[in-house]
Design a protein around this ligand. Sequence first.
Ligand SMILES: NC(=O)c1ccc[n+]([C@@H]2O[C@H](COP(=O)([O-])OP(=O)(O)OC[C@H]3O[C@@H](n4cnc5c(N)ncnc54)[C@H](OP(=O)(O)O)[C@@H]3O)[C@@H](O)[C@H]2O)c1
Length: 336
Amino acid sequence: MKAKQIRLATRPNGMPTYETFKWTEETVADPAQGEVVLKSLYASVDPYMRGRMNDRKSYVEPYEVGEVIAGGVIAEVVMTNSTQFEVGDIVIGNLGWATHQIAHEDSLRKIDPSKGPLTNHLGILGMPGITAYFGLLDIGKPAAGETVVVSGAAGAVGTVVGQIAKIVGAKVVGIAGTEEKISYLKHELQFDEVVNYKSENFQEELKAACADGVDVYYDNVGGTVSDAVLRLINKYARIPVCGQIALYNLEKPDLGVRVQPNLLVNSALMKGFIVSDYGAHFEEAITDLAKWLKEGKLQSKETVLEGFEKLPEAFLGLFKGDNIGKYLVKIAEPSE
Ligand SMILES: NC(=O)c1ccc[n+]([C@@H]2O[C@H](COP(=O)([O-])OP(=O)(O)OC[C@H]3O[C@@H](n4cnc5c(N)ncnc54)[C@H](OP(=O)(O)O)[C@@H]3O)[C@@H](O)[C@H]2O)c1
């Protein structure tokens, strides 16, 4: 069986481009004991993958130049030499950007398709949803009536953060970069206020939106957006630091403002976290998220491009704001 792969061609300096990737075609071997052959159905593009393109120590290993790009993938078992998986099983794992590939049974988890749309397992019921859940509830700890600000509000994590904050009874202020996103957050997700960080009067508009100050700031982007929010924090504010996408493609470090005096005088807590810190508790998050989805208290939003060859376009699009909700690429239909 022939398969296509997308590999890291070269380490980007600054913003990645199409030249960051290269395509190959190889034959997939027969699976050894404990292995299966997979057909990829959906692949996730995620901002953290940009960090893996640097040759720098982080919480995940860098990709090697020439290596197949790996990320969250939903796939179907098409050949098996494993006692754990049958042909036709739908699985999820940290897998390669490849149309077909071999994987070891230990690296896969079976998905129950009756739990809802497959794609939700890469989005609201997967890594981004779980990240939103723990960052907000365990670190942000919002109370009813408090003001929660979320940046990257229209993205995979941000849409879930804002909706959970509404469930808790908080006032939700979203920050996003296009009018389409602002309209979606206001009218579909019922965020209380939404501000465009690209507006010339961003700081004033944000201040007006946060009339009672900021009790929780869920930081997905960092940079000048976060500088603006931090000027508005209240006493005992909580600031879960989830992502810093505004900084991922900088060619030189950005020193920004020093935040400690502001944290000090407000007795505020700022805490970074990685979703895997909560690995032992993922099922608790998935159970609550699935329940809220079923009850209609949460909505899932996804932007899906069709075709394996669209993976680089989708990945690059994360840094241009092309997506609303979880950004995915559909690679193939499941077999009948
Ligand atoms: N800590 C963890 O374990 C963990 C887990 C998952 C994700 N994260 C982080 O959480 C953040 C959100 O991830 P996601 O998967 O939900 O991505 P996402 O929000 O679905 O997609 C990225 C969005 O970021 C915004 N953006 C891009 N460049 C920006 C810039 N320079 N300044 C401000 N906004 C910018 C764009 O929206 P606009 O149109 O609004 O600009 C874009 O649509 C990322 O920083 C990611 O690294 C962390």
